[in-house]
Design a protein around this ligand. Structure first.
Ligand code: ATP
Length: 240
């Protein structure tokens, strides 16, 4: 476990070590402040000193790479179940967000790489809002959730709880893939039964009623033409 006062992005820090082959086992890197946090497709992840939890976990996997498509969802299950066990009710928004009161509480970013010895690694980043500075919503341009109850907890204790459940989920996921986590994910799904749009770079590419995820973590949508399964890729989900 590495704790640093400030860095650009904990995900970027860990990914940068992969080519040199200097990661020998799982590493958790946590930063008090991230100055260049990012979400998927290079979108910014904002955080403020003392207001956020930002950490990344580098973890080796047996593979194959395609199996890791369901990893962000399994990570969501681990984080959401931990937060829920602390009396903060949350839901999972496909594919990679924790929602509270209809707004984003936390985001998950999974990036992968291969070490020189051929080992497949995932770097799993999480940014969670504990308290939100007033100007954060204006900067992001959308409603944002926070969890002041968690902010009052000892931060090391909170990270330890998140990490221990996450480690258990990752060890199981490496053996089984996403399938055994499907029902746990579906039990926490946000917007289940609601009309939603799938957006790719701002354009609606699919519409339907959200109906859970399948064994591979694909979002099932009920459409007038029947049920379709949507691969996460870089698409975003919105209420219609
Ligand atoms: P979307 O939330 O638009 O469906 P996404 O799930 O792909 O997309 P990510 O790329 O994972 O989102 O995260 C980046 C986005 O999250 C940013 O574009 C911004 O809208 C939002 N965001 C950035 N910082 C925060 C934060 N601290 N809390 C909540 N949302 C944030």
């Amino acid at each position: 476990i590495e704790a640093v006062a400030e860095t650009g992005s904990t995900n970027a820090d860990l990914l940068a070590r992969l080519p040199a082959g200097t990661l020998s086992g799982p590493v958790l890197r946590i930063a008090d402040v991230q100055t260049a946090g990012r979400g998927r497709a290079g979108r910014p992840w904002l955080s403020a000193p003392g207001a956020s939890l930002t950490f990344s976990l580098a973890w080796p996997f047996k593979g194959p790479l395609q199996r890791l498509a369901g990893l962000p969802l399994a990570v969501g299950v681990a984080l959401a179940e931990t937060v829920a066990s602390l009396d903060v009710p949350v839901q999972l928004k496909w594919p990679n967000d924790l929602m509270k009161d209809g707004a984003k509480l936390a985001g998950i970013l999974v990036e992968t790489g291969t070490a020189p010895d051929g080992t497949l690694w995932a770097v799993i980043g999480c940014g969670m809002n504990l308290v939100m500075p007033d100007d954060m919503e204006a900067q992001i341009g959308r409603a944002v959730a926070s969890a002041p109850w968690l902010a009052r907890m000892d931060r090391n204790a909170l990270v330890a709880l998140l990490l221990s459940r996450l480690a258990a989920v990752l060890a199981e996921f490496d053996d089984t893939g996403f399938a055994p986590f499907r029902d746990r994910w579906n039990a926490l799904q946000a917007w289940r039964g609601e009309p939603v749009n799938i957006l790719d770079q701002g354009n609606i590419i699919q519409q339907g009623i959200a109906a859970g995820v399948d064994d591979a973590g694909r979002l099932l949508l009920d459409t007038p033409g029947g049920r379709v399964a949507v691969l996460s890729g870089d698409v975003s989900l919105r209420l219609a």
